[in-house]
Design a protein around this ligand. Sequence first.
Ligand SMILES: Cc1cc2nc3c(=O)[nH]c(=O)nc-3n(C[C@H](O)[C@H](O)[C@H](O)COP(=O)(O)O)c2cc1C
Length: 188
Amino acid sequence: MAKVIGIIGSPRRGGNTEIIMQEALKVCQSEGLETELVHLAELNITPCQECLFCKKAKECKLNDDFPPLFEKLVKAQGIILAAPVFFGSAPAQMKAFIDRAGYLGIARDRPFERKVGGALVVARRAGQNFTLAQLLYFFLYHGMVVPGSTYWNVAFGRDPGEVWRDEEGLRTVRNFARNLSWLIKMLY
Ligand SMILES: Cc1cc2nc3c(=O)[nH]c(=O)nc-3n(C[C@H](O)[C@H](O)[C@H](O)COP(=O)(O)O)c2cc1C
């Protein structure tokens, strides 16, 4: 069965980012796909050290929680990244993941090529477009296929649960997940 991995970059459990990711994964499940949720905040993923070890060794020399996560992603057919906006961009946890996965992906001859992916972003007020672009750069760099929705995948809320009030944001996320599932089933 094709699998979608949802990666949450918020440090807050049960927050708005988790809510919209769960909504997306529920749709994927109802479309017959297997799903897995990963909270970066529960993992120890240190920032890229720019040692370039991976270029030669084809693996990262940092012995933390990143290498097993990377192998999981290589096996998946779909990847969704979700993040809240922190000072106009993605939180440090998500940035560390993108840098590590992005660079090892190059060293490993682009294992994400033609997988399906997309990004979800939550903001209180501003920075959502920049952050969405920041996350999308990962997919577009790696030759992944990104389906659209009925709007851009952003939702609004500050305190945990506030995002439930953003009916259009939730609908956009669900429609994205429907398109992502459709595409995965077409390709795999
Ligand atoms: C350190 C920090 C920085 C933030 N910066 C922004 C920001 O630049 N723009 C914005 O709209 N919201 C900002 N927020 C609000 C969060 O994006 C918002 O509360 C979001 O719903 C949090 O998602 P979560 O519940 O999944 O953690 C910030 C919150 C924190 C803690």
